[in-house]
Design a protein around this ligand. Structure first.
Ligand SMILES: [Zn+2]
Length: 287
């Protein structure tokens, strides 16, 4: 639910449309005589229609421009891929080369984070009193660590997404809903955040390059057989890593089976996954 935000506590943000700003020689001039010299992360691909200047929780300022998007078409590959999200392996796919192990950015940040959170609780101000200088310092350090972990998640996700999108025309992706894992332990919460960020990057990357991405309902994907479509009577316990079909006898690693089920549900043939295209002579399967 959206929560009421106190104006005095909200971070400042300034929005300008066409007539409110001008860009010349990399210098941004805002209405009211404000001159901003941003450090450019990359060149603008087109003339921007609006700009938002804002400050984040760490006190850093950013300019975010709105530019009409262009599709950067990539060469066709004739390959399809199914993607299943998880805790141990962040993404298991129908192609072994594109599996993504959990990068555990949250875990590597947790020691430092705990240190500053302990500091915060020691220095916590009495109710109704403003925080001390030491308290604010600790809070800022904690926020910095969290932001860094989030950026690293985004970076890992983006690099992986680029690879997946470059190598496949069609993507069948589990429509993961973050609430599934959220109710359990810390490690799973971290996985939650990482899956959310990675999925977001994959969707954005597919759109950028004009690839066909289909989101698949995750219901019962661990119970279905990718080979024959039969559903087991009971959900597999998480400890069971191998899926064995009682109808057709097919056996495969549990997450690989789920990734293949994604393909089937998206209306794609899992035989075409893993670098091969169905109905083609074998000498055409190079790469
Ligand atoms: Zn089966």
């Amino acid at each position: 639910m959206p929560r009421f935000k106190k104006r005095s506590l909200a971070e400042p943000t300034l929005n300008y449309t066409q007539r409110g700003f001008r860009l010349r020689d990399g210098v941004l001039r805002l209405a009211g005589g404000i001159v901003v010299r941003p450090v450019w992360s990359r060149e603008l691909p087109a003339v921007p229609s609006s700009v938002r200047v804002y400050r984040d929780s760490l006190g850093q300022w950013y300019c975010s421009f709105v530019v009409e998007t262009q599709v950067h078409a990539l060469p066709e590959t004739g390959r399809v891929i199914g993607v299943d999200w998880g805790v141990k392996e962040l993404a298991t796919t129908t192609s072994d080369a594109h599996d993504l192990p959990h990068p555990e950015h949250g875990k590597s940040a947790s020691a430092g984070l705990a240190k500053y959170q302990r500091m915060m609780s020691r220095r916590r101000p009495a109710q109704g009193r403003p925080g001390s200088k030491g308290y604010r310092h600790a809070r800022r350090q904690a926020a910095k660590i969290q932001k860094k972990a989030a950026l690293r998640r985004q970076d890992t996700g983006r690099k992986w997404a680029k690879q997946v999108v470059r190598d496949h025309d069609l993507l069948a992706v589990e429509d993961f809903r973050p609430k599934f894992l959220a109710k359990s332990t810390m490690a799973r919460k971290a996985a939650d955040a990482a899956i959310g960020a990675t999925k977001r990057e994959l969707i954005a990357m597919a759109r950028k390059h004009g690839r066909n991405l289909r989101l698949v309902d995750p219901k019962h994907t661990t119970m279905d057989c990718a080979a024959c479509g039969a559903r087991t009577k009971h959900a597999l316990p998480l400890s069971e890593r191998t899926y064995t079909c009682t109808s057709c006898g097919a056996m495969s690693p549990r997450d690989k089976n789920s990734a293949a089920v994604m393909l089937v549900r998206a209306g794609l043939n899992p035989v075409g996954a893993d670098g091969t295209r169905p109905g083609r002579p074998p000498d055409d399967q190079a790469a």
